[in-house]
Design a protein around this ligand. Structure first.
Ligand SMILES: Cc1cc2nc3c(=O)[nH]c(=O)nc-3n(C[C@H](O)[C@H](O)[C@H](O)COP(=O)(O)OP(=O)(O)OC[C@H]3O[C@@H](n4cnc5c(N)ncnc54)[C@H](O)[C@@H]3O)c2cc1C
Length: 322
């Protein structure tokens, strides 16, 4: 363990749209933010080629370029962007308390405020053909990528509320949606099941799983397998959507922050405040509802403003005491 301890005002954990937006606002408010990028600098959008729905890009933009531009904007105001993983945290319970953070199991940081923007990772099936075609027709976000398959035939894997919601969304855009449900029933609520069942262009296949995604460079079809009979069937599709859930990146905060049953950080009311004073959460890590770049950026802005107000309130209390 290194002995070096660095004291800073604001630490931002994570470099997706939430983290960079928090950084832009925090830097402009002179909070001198330091950001650790984590294992995926730029976040989830670096895994997609086209972002067409982020305001301000009339022609659309590719994800990696957008994230480089966000980094440049954050650095223009003085954000210090560092490569590194936060590996442990010890948050103070006291208003005005100092939060202790360990980076890469060695570097010690003490921060007056912390903004958590560690995102949530989409779960994949993890079969080779699916992994090979990620970004080539395999996507984990129907709302983000469904538009690219307008009028085409697609498939979706999943059986929960999100899968049902995304299947309905796709059915409005696409010619046909084949929905693969692993069990002989759906986990989605009755209302969502009713919605899916009422749409003529959704073909629900129960007891069905992906055997192989077909295509070399892009998705050209899907080999499905019935897990009861072992029977295989090929269909022609151009897009495959995986909707089997997300895992919020919150393992290091367990036991420190209040979380819901699936591990999303709970924030107070409309704010980004967590249960620890001076610790704020923004982006997908605290939002299992919307999970979009623009909503993540919006809450990143809120987190920086909340951090600024928190520091101001602590300073004014200290001024009264002295
Ligand atoms: C394939 C795909 C396509 C998408 N397309 C669109 C789209 O077109 N439009 C749209 O609006 N949304 C899209 N989304 C959703 C969008 O990417 C997310 O909503 C958004 O990126 C969430 O931003 P975030 O900042 O909360 O987290 P993320 O982008 O997930 O970033 C999380 C960051 O936290 C870091 N991190 C995690 N753990 C640690 C740690 N311990 N220490 C330090 N850093 C850590 C990671 O390295 C990463 O930088 C897409 C998502 C996917 C997967």
């Amino acid at each position: 363990m290194s002995e070096q301890v660095e004291r800073i005002k604001t630490l931002i954990i994570g470099s997706g749209p939430a983290g960079y937006t928090a950084a832009i606002y925090a830097a402009r408010a002179d909070l001198k933010p330091v950001m650790y990028t984590g294992m995926e600098p730029g976040g989830q959008l670096t895994t997609t080629t086209e972002v067409d729905n982020f305001p301000g890009y009339p022609e659309g933009i590719d994800g990696p370029t957008m994230m480089v531009q966000l980094q440049q904007q954050a650095e223009r105001f003085g954000t210090e962007v560092r490569i590194g993983m936060v590996t442990a945290v010890d948050f103070s319970d006291e208003p005005g308390g100092i939060h202790k953070i360990t980076v890469d199991d060695s570097k010690q940081i003490e921060a007056e405020t912390v903004i958590i923007s560690t995102g949530a990772s989409a779960k994949y099936l993890n079969i080779p053909s699916e992994q090979r075609l990620r970004g080539g027709g395999v996507s984990a976000c129907a709302v983000c990528d469904g538009f690219f398959y307008k009028g085409q035939e697609v498939a979706i894997v999943g059986a929960g509320d999100t899968a049902a919601e995304e299947a309905s969304y796709l059915a409005n855009i696409c010619k046909k949606v084949t929905m693969l449900v692993r069990k002989d029933y759906m986990r989605a609520s009755k209302a969502m099941q009713h919605r899916v069942n009422s749409l003529d262009n959704i073909d629900i296949r129960y007891n069905t799983e992906v055997d192989e995604v077909l295509g070399e460079q892009v998705v050209e079809g899907l080999r499905m397998v019935n897990n009861e009979t072992g029977e295989k069937e090929d269909i022609v599709i151009t897009g495959l959507f995986i909707a089997i859930g997300h895992k919020p990146n919150t393992d290091i905060f367990k036991g420190q922050l209040d979380m819901d049953e699936t591990g999303y950080v709970i924030t107070e009311g409309k704010s980004t405040k967590t249960n620890k004073p001076g610790v704020f959460a923004s982006g997908d890590v605290q939002d299992k509802e919307y999970r979009q770049a623009v909503t993540a950026a919006g809450t990143g802005c809120m987190a920086a403003l909340d951090a600024e107000r928190y520091l101001a309130s602590i300073e004014s209390k200290e001024a009264v005491v002295s």
